[in-house]
Design a protein. Sequence first.
Length: 182
Amino acid sequence: MHNPWQTLSIQEVYDNRWIKVTHREVLTPTGTPGIYGVVHFKNLAIGIVPIDEEGNTWLVGQYRYTLDQYSWEIPEGGCPKGTDPLETAKRELKEETGMQAERWEQIIDFHTSNSVTDEYGIAYLATGLSFGEAEPEETEELQVKKVPLEQAIAMVLRGEITDALSMMALMKVHIMSLAKEI
């Protein structure tokens, strides 16, 4: 498809290890002047839905500074560009829960909010689980809890899980379970 937007200028507003924010002067598809702010993510978003033979999953709880509230999520983390996303998923699952998985299936690719950011992510289903000690990063204070998949889905539907990556991945696994794909 032809890009109907024309970029007139780009000004870097902020840059750190994780994101870069730019202000852009543009011509819109109708030819009128406009502005656009873009948040560029330097990592891929990676999420994992671990499922055991009894249909349980594990959620990770942590206080999210940006929201100023506690959040229950699937195990997730950032994958530096140029790094294998599956290897990052394996590392994040081990770090946050202590688990390893025999089988991995990529279940969804997504853009989190494509009107303001280019963030791209991948979620995996992890099965054939084995258990060990979690190894969280020094900046993380995590709680891990085992719940039936149906309870996690109910948490999404009640608005108790609001993280977009967690919601998408859990709902995808739920649909797959209904279709008997897992």
